[in-house]
Design a protein. Structure first.
Length: 135
């Protein structure tokens, strides 16, 4: 009986962790940015992609992030997954562009992302992170 309960617990945990049925809150720039960062840190790329502006350059950078993160040590993966997001500031550059400056409690390295309003949704324009804001 114990084996059956253990097996059922493992299967339930696997099923619940595989799905990312959680909806992305893209109605607010800070929530979109935070959602993208959190999902990325946890390695939940299905969820993170829901916050991503879907253009070829963003998808290319995003795929590169997934590939890079698949090669880091398990210790680093766990560190990022357990990290807290530290939002330093969110600056509205216009009514449709916000820049979020943040770090995480694991590496505490300053980073930034651009969130833009596109079709009434706030989405991460990921290429901004890699161009140094010069696009």
């Amino acid at each position: 009986m114990k084996k059956v309960l253990t097996l059922l617990s493992v299967i339930t945990l696997m099923i619940s962790s595989c799905g990312s049925g959680e909806e992305a809150n893209t109605t607010d720039p800070l929530e979109s940015g935070r959602g993208f960062i959190e999902a990325s840190l946890k390695g939940n790329y299905v969820q993170a992609k829901k916050y991503l502006l879907q253009d070829s350059t963003n998808i290319e950078y995003f795929d590169g992030l997934k590939d890079f993160n698949s090669k880091i040590s398990r210790e680093d993966q766990a560190g990022y997954s357990n990290a807290n997001i530290i939002i330093d500031s969110s600056i509205a550059q216009s009514d449709s562009v916000n820049i979020i400056y943040y770090s995480n409690s694991y590496k505490n390295k300053p980073s930034k992302i651009k969130v833009i309003k596109h079709n009434n949704q706030w989405l991460v324009d990921f290429k901004y992170t890699f161009t140094g804001g010069n696009e």
